[in-house]
Design a protein around this ligand. Sequence first.
Ligand code: ADP
Length: 494
Amino acid sequence: MYASRDVILNDKPTNRWLMPVIAALLAAAIFIIDTFSSLDMAIAVLYVVVVLLSANYSDRRGLLAIAGLCVGLTILSFLVMHAGNYDLSAVMRGLVSIAAITVTTLLCLENQTATQSLRGQADLLDLTHDAIFVRDIADTVLYWSDGAERLYGWPREEAVGRPAASLLKTVFPAPLADIRGELFRTGRWEGELVHTRKDGSKVTVMSRWSLQRDEKGRPLAAMETNSDITERKQAENALNQTRAELAHVTRVTTMGELTASIAHEVNQPLAAVVTNGEACLRWLGRAEPDIGEARASVERMIANGRRASDVIARLRALARRDEPLQAPVDVNEVIDEVLPLIERERATHGVALDVAPGERLPVVLGDRVQLQQVVLNLALNAVQAMAAVPDGNRRLQIATRIDGQEDRGCVLIEVRDTGPGVDAESLPKLFNAFYSTKKDGMGMGLSISRSIIEAHGGRIAAAPGEDGGMLFTVALPNPGKDASGDSLPEERRP
Ligand code: ADP
């Protein structure tokens, strides 16, 4: 790591001219002392410092030439100092110096080769369009790629050595401690971040972090690869906005279609209220009023009045364009609430209904009205599709169950019909916006249903049913809680 770190940091061209000057002065000083002083020491060994300094700025050939010069100067000094008088200790000193210069040169050459290969690898990182940087565990930037310069506008010299998060004013999607925890635990992290460029503009990036550890497994540095997804995010937001508006439009349209069935629904309890009111009067008008029967009639009147007001409340909820809520929802209740809304359509088409609510289903977290809308879309589509098959053979099945293990699997809603089904070619198009085979269809129902379910972190799928017809499956994530809400935290209970 430190070798590559040196490569990375030594990129600056500063001191390029200073080093050769110092090396030349040093070599001259060593030569003068070695040649003209009478010190009985291997002064020439100091030429290794000249070689080490030169390794920083010269290439292989240059370094070999400088090393050769140092050896030459050592021999020259020896010849000048000891002309004709070659005593053994002087020769040994000379040889030691030459050996030291040679070994140092060889080591420097080896180091240069390794450095060049690392530099080559670091240069490869500059080829990618992504912004790549390396930071140590204190978050200080060690390496800053060309891509990072382009994306953030910070030149390498200004970025290296500064804390990454404060340089880029990073906005994290979760507490930093959690993100770092995951990085240290698994060695990687991936997520969306918002960064601020040098010019103050914001950029949303898809960020991938990889952790580098030392030989003992201790975290050393993290490499961060960031790709700019700002435009994609903006397009996604615009699409979601449009979908939300369209969802509202279809909800209102659906509401229009359903007004007749709602009116029917409200009419029923109202008629029951009147009938029970009349009965109550009759019980009270007897010579000996039957208080028990009169009370039972009044109780039925109250129950029916409540039912009528529930229907109205549902109608109002459908018409409002509320922000999606994140509340615990029991999917069986959602189905119970939708059934009266399709009652008229179902009865008109002579469709038999078979509801199989799963037992002890966990609650899901979501928006009750939006989930109602999805079930409503699926059930209405099924009923309408079955208009094409002979009477007596029309059955709508709605089942809920838990998929897989009880405390972890998804909560499934399955809507089956015995209609004509969909041919293999059209199947992949069902969830596309504006795909419709109906004369007056908008083709938005399934597309909106899909965005609603995906916004809930779930999946929706269509497949041919086992006995013909279609099977639509909605899978919603299970927060692992019981439908009673007992194990939910206080603030999330309904
Ligand atoms: P719309 O109901 O306005 O056509 P949807 O997005 O709800 O829009 O449905 C798109 C199309 O998918 C329908 O026109 C129909 O062709 C097909 N479809 C949906 N549900 C079923 C089903 N249960 N059986 C057969 N075809 C279906």
